[in-house]
Structure formats: structure tokens, C-alpha cells
Design a protein around this ligand. Structure first.
Ligand code: V47
Length: 395
């Protein structure tokens, strides 16, 4: 359903949400079709037009080509078929409840070892205070992720969920990456299913996509060897979906991974999605090197940021949504990415720590009016959504 609003933003009527419009003919203009031919991308273009699945070799070819605009234009075909001009965002708040972590991932600037200066844990008072700062703000989602603190008991997590729901009973709690769930399972001494059901009962509504980094044994060994292995990450996601929770998936790109590994990552996500249908959105995460153990690496480029969104859109044919995450790639590039395959700009995000500790210069928050401006200027239709893509209002 969509809520029509008058000029004072009062809801005045409810209308059914139309299915995303599809175009009768979504071929590229003929001059671009010539360019596609010349660039050696014709067989991929034919598959895109026919709605056929792209192969591993296709994915690698899309990364190999310098023809960013052609890859983006093909991704835009898929974006418009799936979502028309609709472009989603939500009003959300990030809470990183602890930065204490024993996993020592080389790409992370946010973590502190147990006992290290600067470590913190947020208990009920800090959570209450955090929300109090946003009294009067409409917030539909809280995104809670954190480090793996070795000494917090299972009750800490269930209390955290209950406390958030006590403060904001209607908020959607999107929380806990797969490694956090694995840690909670160890603590709870229950099966993973039982642990997830206990968390659901305490208020967990869905899971975010962070923490899978790159689904590659090589990269796992080099950068995040103490976290879940790719197979274990996928198995945990499978269980999350089996327990009836939706989730997202990410790819941390722009460090030591190869293009081949990126494509394999997409294939593994796509395979799991065929099986469960539980993923909603893919979010490419641009590596930020400052204050990390691999700070000698350069930050990502606009070219690669857009390329990843476009290749993600083309390879993940069974994912409903692709996010241009403005906190990592800037609101300006996230706006441009709306023509390169993305249909979602994430949320207003009142304070983010993980990327900002690693050098992000983006703001901590953007307003609803600015979202609407960015999206409309790009020729799309702004839609405020809840976490599971129910429409709240359309502008
Ligand atoms: O889990 C850590 C990654 C993630 C760095 O699901 C880094 O809707 C870049 O997952 N440079 C957190 N990335 C962000 C995240 C996310 C964000 C927005 C929406 C959703 C969603 C998920 O960021 C971490 C990790 O994978 N990360 N360090 C870094 N230096």
C-alpha cells in the first residue's frame, strides 16, 4: 500500500502499491548497441535482454572492460525491470553497542582488543540516552552491529533487544551479523535455530548484511581468519532464513581481493538466494583504509564503486534490491549509482562509526528532504520504506 500525503505531509488516502512498471522495450539506443558490440559485450547484452543468468566468465568480462557506462546501462535495464523508477530509503539509526572485539580483522579500524584503551560497551542507560537524543525524530529502523566481545553473556543481547523495544515499541530491529549470531550461540548453549528464536522472541526482526566481507578462503585466511569461514557464513545465513528472518548481503571490496573472487562471491550469494529467497538487498561496501592494518592500500575509486554496483545488479539476478550506500561512497555518487543498477540509498543514519573510524569524510546524517531532492533530480521516484520494503510514503 502507499499512503498519499498532502502538502503538510498528512496521510490522506491509501492506494495499492503498483507492481514496478516494466518497459515494453528496454533495448539500449542503437548507438549504444554498436558500442556494446565493439566492446565485445554483445553476448552479455543478449542475455540481459532475454533475462538469462550471467556466467562466471560474464562476470569477469564485466569487471575487465573499461566501458563503465555500457555496464551501467545494462544494469539499469535490470534495475528498471525489477523496480521501475522507484528508489527506496528509510529513516534509521545505527547503534554499535560495543567496539571491543577479539577477531582482529586487518581491514577494521573500529575494533579495540579487550582491555585496550578506547573500548566501550553500551548498557541500558547508554542505549536510553542514545534514543533520547533523537526524541521527536521519526525512526523506523535501528541497525545494531558490533565487535565480538568475549565476555558479554547471552542475556546482554536479549536484554538489549528488549530494552530497545521498550523505548520504541514499533521500531524494526535489524541487528547482528553472522559472526555475532555464532558468538551468541556459543554463549546460549542452544542450537543456532533455538538461539535465533530466542533473539526473535526478544525483539530481533531481521539481520543486516555486514561481516561476510569476501566469500573466499584465501581472503579469509589473509584478512579475517578468526571470523567465520565462507561456508560457515553461508550456513548461518541459511539458518537465519530458515527461521523466517530476512537479511541482506554485502561485499567488502577494494583491498586484496581479485575480480575473479568478487565474481565467485556473487555466485555463492546467488546460489543461496535460489535456495532460500531470504536476501532482500545487496550492498557493496567500499573499503576505507585509514587506521587499519592495511592502511597502505589506496581507497576505492568512483569508477570501481559504480562498477561494483552495476556488476552486482547484473550477477545477482535473484536479489530484489541493490543499495548505493551513501555513507561509504558519498551521497553524490550514490545518487549517480541510481542509473548504474541501484534502487536503494539506505537510510538517514543518525551516526555511523565503522566507516568513519576508517577515514570516511561523509556526513553522519542526511535529511529526508535531501534524499527526496537527490532522488527526484536523478529522475526517479523517492519512496520511504520500512526495513522489509513496505512503502511508508511516496514523494
Ligand atoms: O560488517 C569494516 C565493513 C560492515 C571496514 O545490511 C568496512 O542494510 C569499509 O554491513 N571499510 C558494516 N567497510 C556496514 C554494513 C552495512 C551498512 C549499511 C547497511 C547494511 C545493511 C549493512 O562494514 C562491517 C564490515 O563488513 N567494514 N571495516 C572498512 N575499513
Amino acid at each position: 500500500m502507499s499512503i498519499t500525503v498532502d502538502s503538510d505531509l498528512n496521510a490522506v488516502s491509501l492506494t495499492p502499491t503498483p507492481v514496478a512498471p516494466t518497459k515494453a522495450d528496454d533495448r539500449l539506443p542503437s548507438y549504444m548497441e554498436h558500442q556494446v558490440q565493439r566492446a565485445g559485450l554483445a553476448s552479455i547484452y543478449d542475455k540481459v535482454l532475454a533475462g538469462e543468468r550471467l556466467s562466471h566468465a560474464d562476470g569477469v568480462a564485466l569487471y575487465d572492460t573499461r566501458e563503465l557506462n555500457l555496464v551501467g546501462a545494462m544494469a539499469n535495464i535490470v534495475r528498471e525491470r525489477k523496480n521501475g523508477d522507484l528508489t527506496y530509503f528509510n529513516r534509521n539509526l545505527h547503534i554499535n553497542y560495543t567496539n571491543i572485539c577479539n577477531k582482529q580483522c586487518l581491514f577494521c579500524a573500529f575494533d579495540r582488543l579487550p582491555g585496550e584503551e578506547g573500548g566501550y560497551v553500551m548498557y541500558e542507560d547508554e542505549i536510553t540516552e542514545r534514543f533520547a537524543r533523537f526524541d521527536g525524530h521519526e525512526i523506523h529502523e535501528v541497525h545494531m552491529v558490533a565487535g565480538i566481545h568475549p565476555r558479554l553473556p547471552f542475556e546482554y543481547y536479549t536484554n538489549l533487544l528488549r530494552h530497545v523495544k521498550k523505548i520504541r515499541p514499533n521500531i524494526h530491529i535489524k541487528a547482528f551479523t553472522m559472526i555475532e549470531l555464532a558468538q551468541m550461540q556459543r554463549l546460549s548453549k542452544l542450537s543456532l535455530e533455538e538461539t535465533i528464536y530466542a533473539l526473535k522472541e526478544a525483539g530481533l526482526d531481521s539481520c543486516p548484511g555486514g561481516g561476510c566481507e569476501v566469500l573466499s578462503d584465501r581472503v579469509h585466511k589473509e584478512l579475517f581468519r578468526l571470523k567465520l569461514k565462507p561456508e560457515q557464513w553461508l550456513e548461518t545465513q541459511r539458518t537465519v532464513h530458515k527461521c523466517g528472518l530476512k537479511s541482506n548481503a554485502t561485499l567488502l571490496y577494494g583491498h586484496i581481493e581479485t575480480m575473479d573472487e568478487r565474481v565467485t562471491h556473487f555466485e555463492r550469494l546467488r546460489e543461496l538466494q535460489d535456495e532460500t529467497g531470504g536476501f532482500q538487498t545487496f550492498i557493496p561496501l567500499a573499503f576505507h583504509p585509514d587506521n587499519t592494518e592495511i592502511s597502505h592500500l589506496p581507497p576505492t575509486t568512483g569508477f570501481d564503486d559504480l562498477k561494483n554496483i552495476a556488476v552486482g545488479r547484473l550477477m545477482l539476478d535473484n536479489f530484489p534490491h541493490i543499495k548505493g550506500y551513501w555513507t561509504m561512497i558519498s551521497p553524490r555518487l550514490a545518487q549517480v549509482s541510481l542509473s548504474y543498477g541501484s534502487d536503494d540509498m539506505d537510510g538517514t543514519i543518525l551516526e555511523e562509526k565503522i566507516t568513519h573510524e576508517a577515514g570516511a569524510l561523509t556526513p553522519q546524517e542526511i535529511t529526508l528532504d535531501y534524499f527526496v531532492h537527490l532522488i527526484k533530480e536523478a529522475g526517479r521516484i523517492p519512496v520511504e520504506r520500512d526495513t522489509i520494503y513496505n512503502e511508508i510514503q511516496r514523494f
